[in-house]
Design a binder for this molecule. Sequence first.
Ligand code: MG
Length: 234
Amino acid sequence: MGIIKNMNKTKKKLILFDIDGTLITAGGAGTRSLNLAFHALFNIEDAFNGITMAGKTDIQIIKEGLGTHGFSMDGNVKKMTEIYLHFLQNEINNPMKKIKPGIKEALDLLRTMEMPIGLLTGNLEGGARIKLDPFRLNEYFIDGAFGSDHEDRDELLPIAIEKFSRKGFSFIPKECIVVGDTPRDVRCAKVHGARCIAVATGPYSKEDLLTTEADIVLDSLIETEKVVNLLGKL
Ligand SMILES: [Mg+2]
């Protein structure tokens, strides 16, 4: 376990994980729940068809759906989020949901090294917790920044830093590493000068991600020790 010894000598980093496409796939539970919520409120089927979601915040997606169908935001955003979370509780119980390869091992190793790890996700906090629960991943993440904290993903990194500072961890942006699967994950790190590892385990290929400003692009997080070693070098 030489790698752990080496890492303990380096200054700690705050590692912030995206959820969908990075830690897990929810098996379409998010999209189905949004469509079900829209149908329950407005009697329109498949309202979110054609709206790209990867890397966006839930509020952003809900507003796009409302706008596309000509509904006002007033009051409807809040109603949609509540009904969405209600449906998500059921929809997450589907056979297509999966944890991404290497995730559990990487999180266990980071925990052994006492690296602070958090979430940086477009999901509402309630939705994030619902999606992680079947995989028992919530216990790894003491805090994070969520789509319920701000609808613009680019605003989330400082929020994560602030929340961790309240827990006694002091970090500046360049000591943070965002791990995510879309160009939006890369951008929300880079606008603040943070580091970013992009993983091609979501809808974007390695070639797509190589065109972004990501510091490192990986096929997956499956080679746990290599990944953790890279995290220490960033
Ligand atoms: Mg993602």
